[in-house]
Design a protein around this ligand. Structure first.
Ligand code: NAP
Length: 294
């Protein structure tokens, strides 16, 4: 079994981006800018935002974190987004989800300029993904494809089974992997909670992507020997032995499944760091387009 080390790959990507950003700065005197907006005090979101801010600092992206109070209205948030849309020093805008209940997520996503949609969630970006040529690939699915590339696991002609059909992971991962392109071109099955016996599908997978949000759901008997396993799940479970009182586990029972898989991602240290690396990559892509147009 080979462990797919997302931490190492993401660190390699960050080094590559750092060099690229530094070269661009030497040429233009400008650096990419990302704004991350967080509304309220969701502890998991705060950790994600902190990690994104730190990663930006490591590579030379100017990152601004805008912390808005829990009671922020939709109008106030949309006003902020409109200001960032117009700001030439901001090349990427990310609104950390979930949002408090008084704010409609889809209205917020639609308000972001598609040219700065580095998360890849705007319907315009999704439409581009459907037709096969998105300016920004959604970060988590792009991170999965990048991991496959860096481990030379070509999904072409292989059966990829995805468990989960969310707009941020399952669906866009299916769209990316089914494209008639290099390091895609897979035969894709997407499963969800309506499946009566999900193992009928998971057992057929050459590459299994688990993105359901159910701790350790995928067991050894649900996969075939030699399967490549990409575990997107990031679930907090109680653990009195840790300082925080919890630990992170994936949707895959790693101890069991790693004994039969050919490749497997760990949680943490698999897909999670890749999501951030792809966010940085998208921000740099956006920046490069603006300096090209100057
Ligand atoms: P989500 O929006 O809750 O979607 C979960 C999907 O899994 C749904 O399509 C659901 O089916 C399906 N599902 C749930 N239980 C199932 C079951 N027992 N059998 C079959 N399908 C089942 O979740 P998400 O946002 O995609 O996130 C999924 C997981 O990935 C979470 O643990 C999340 O924290 C993690 N995540 C990690 C990253 C990262 O960077 N590593 C990024 C995003 C998400 P229905 O559609 O029928 O309800």
């Amino acid at each position: 079994m080979i462990l797919i080390d997302g931490k190492k790959v993401s660190s390699d990507i960050k080094s590559e981006l750092k060099e690229e950003i530094s070269a661009l700065y030497n040429k233009t005197g400008k650096s990419p800018g990302l704004v991350v907006i967080i509304v309220g005090n969701n502890p998991a979101s705060e950790v994600y935002v902190r990690n994104k801010h730190k990663a930006c600092g490591e590579v030379g992206i100017n990152s601004t974190v805008l912390n808005l109070p829990e009671e922020t209205t939709q109008g106030e948030l949309l006003q902020k987004i409109s200001e960032f849309n117009a700001d030439p020093n901001i090349h990427g805008i990310l609104v950390q989800l979930p949002l408090p209940k008084q704010i409609e997520e889809s209205a917020v996503i639609r308000a972001i300029d598609p040219g700065k949609d580095v998360d890849g969630f705007h319907p315009y970006t999704v439409g581009e993904l459907v037709i096969g040529d998105p300016k920004f690939q959604p970060c988590t699915p792009a991170g999965i494809v990048e991991l496959l590339k860096r481990y030379d696991i070509d999904p072409s002609g292989r059966h990829v089974v995805i468990v989960g059909r969310s707009n941020i992971v399952g669906k866009p991962a299916a769209l990316l992997l089914m494209q008639k392109k290099k390091f895609a071109n897979a035969i894709v099955t997407v499963c969800h909670s309506a499946a009566k016996d999900i193992s009928v599908f998971t057992k057929q997978a050459d590459i299994l992507i688990a993105a359901m949000g159910v701790p350790k759901f995928i067991k050894k008997e649900m996969v075939k020997p030699g399967v490549v396993v990409i575990d997107v799940g990031t679930n907090r479970i109680e653990d009195a032995t840790t300082k925080s009182g919890y630990r992170l586990v994936g949707d895959v029972d790693f101890e069991e499944v790693s004994t039969v898989a050919s490749y497997i991602t760990p949680v943490p240290g698999g897909v999670g760091p890749m999501t951030i690396a792809m966010l940085l990559k998208n921000t740099v892509k956006s920046f490069k387009e603006t300096i090209r147009n100057d």
